[in-house]
Design a protein around this ligand. Sequence first.
Ligand code: IPE
Ligand code: IPE
Ligand code: MG
Ligand code: MG
Ligand code: MG
Length: 324
Amino acid sequence: MRTSSEKTPVAVTADDGGGDHHPSHAFEGDAAHAFFARSRGLVDERLHQIVPAEEVTPVTVHGAMRWSLFAGGKRFRPALLFAVGTAFGAPDEDLLATACAFEMVHTYSLIHDDLPAMDDDDLRRGRPTCHIKFGEATAILAGDALQALAFQTIVGDERLAAELRIALTLELARAAGTPAGMVAGQAYDLAAESRDGVTIDELDLIHRHKTGAMIVAAARCGAIIAGAGDRELGCVTRYARELGLLFQITDDLLDVTATAADLGKTPGKDARARKATYPSLYGLEAARERAGAVYAEACAALDQLERPIQLLRAIAGFILERRA
Ligand code: IPE
Ligand code: IPE
Ligand code: MG
Ligand code: MG
Ligand code: MG
């Protein structure tokens, strides 16, 4: 059981103290890739244990949950939780269940986001979307079950003290729901569809809720599990707020510039659905500039931390430059 961590921070890479904010530094990029691969391995192995096997009834629901979960997502939110938790000295085992919970809520959000009543997509993570493969009713149930299982996983994580489990549950619930979380953002996103005159502030509000909230909470949960203090948690929150916005700006850019093979989802959908996005409102160049500025803000927040931040900065660079 664990309530806080006095442990020495485990630097995944030797720390540097900051200064160079150029994202394409080869060492940083390699470190981020290696870290992502490692956390993905841990998370996938645990998710396989957590999610009922396909043979368990109701087989359609479990098959659909696994179809969407094990289709090759980037596992970004768990990786971020691991990266922050590791920077603050938490051991992997303390981070793992909560990291899996974030991936389950995220995957549920994708299943529902793809439904005909929402974005109506037929390709996700390189496969037919959940409702195309299993039908709408089963896709809705698979999403619902992933969400419930996520909370069950945190609350049932006996490695962590009960108080800590409550704090983590609160973080995830607020980030997933409304008024401060992903569901609110999805509602704002749908309300802005086809509407003229969406302002930059409204667009930021959509992005910070539909995508940013879960990313902020993932980062915060890593720090909370590690026992970070309020000041440090504030810095992590500021970093992740910019990272979350950056993540959706680059998602919007890739919808315009990338291929289905790269993305595992159908590009060009935002324009067809007349979504409010940075490229649609301001053009590609301005969207790229804004991404660069948001990246710099994320790095500036990290510079306030006296912890090994190199990997966290590499992650921001990875998101700025991602191609998928
Ligand atoms: C897609 O998220 C939805 C957004 C919030 C932009 P990801 O780009 O993390 O999708 P996966 O998990 O890798 O499939
Ligand atoms: C979705 O944003 C955010 C979620 C909460 C799932 P998008 O609708 O842009 O995500 P993609 O492009 O379908 O992955
Ligand atoms: Mg959407
Ligand atoms: Mg979508
Ligand atoms: Mg998108």
